[in-house]
Design a protein around this ligand. Structure first.
Ligand code: IMP
Ligand code: MG
Length: 189
């Protein structure tokens, strides 16, 4: 069990700014998918959950919802190796798929999942990511709906965690570690 600093993470993106941006993304999605007869929205557990819920409450086209869970090893022998720990259960063949993710960092997670969904016969696959840390990208990933571009800082809150903590902060905050080591566990969701 690691120690966490007592002071709360500093606000990077406030609740109000998150809400405004999510409203405009939902408007775009409602427009772009108005003629789709099969739209499957897939969140990546656990980080995307707060974003997915707030976004999809504003989406008015019919959707089904499912989840992937992945794990990746940032300091393993195979950089970028992503494992699927939980697969989707709904059929995506000939459906439009909208992947919903908290943050695109190296891009390894999304690259793996986008390729898998195309291989499984999705009609279209688009990506909606709340945060984009583009300076850390290792593989190319197109973000069709992007909430905010951020610098290379470690963020927590609104679904994002540090060793499973802080997910329930209502805003996106910057974690300042005060010299504490956040640890090197395999990173899950
Ligand atoms: P990628 O495969 O490197 O793009 O990793 C994406 C995953 O890493 C995200 O889904 C997050 O779970 C996690 N991640 C990346 N950057 C951060 C961060 O700043 N805070 C919390 N989690 C992060
Ligand atoms: Mg994640």
């Amino acid at each position: 069990m690691m120690d966490f600093p007592a002071k709360p993470p500093k606000v990077l993106i406030s609740e109000a700014d998150l809400s405004d941006r999510i409203h405009s993304i939902a408007e775009q999605i409602n427009h772009d998918y108005k003629d789709s007869d099969c739209l499957v929205c897939i969140g990546i557990l656990k980080g995307s959950v707060f974003f997915l819920v707030d976004l999809l409450k504003l989406v008015t086209v019919p959707v089904s919802i499912d989840f992937f869970q992945t794990s990746s090893y940032s300091s393993g022998t195979t950089p970028g190796e992503v494992r699927i720990r939980k697969d989707v259960e709904v059929s995506i063949r000939d459906c439009d798929v909208l992947l919903i993710e908290d943050i695109v960092d190296t891009g390894y997670t999304l690259r793996t999942i986008l390729d898998l969904l195309k291989f499984r016969g999705a009609r279209s696959v688009k990506l909606c990511a709340l945060l984009d840390k583009a300076s850390r990208r290792k593989v190319d990933v197109t973000i069709d709906y992007r909430g905010f571009a951020i610098d290379d800082v470690f963020v927590v809150g609104y679904g994002l965690d540090l060793n499973q903590r802080y997910r329930n902060l209502p805003y996106i905050g910057v974690y300042e570690n005060d010299g504490l080591d956040p640890g090197s566990d395999p990173e899950v969701g």
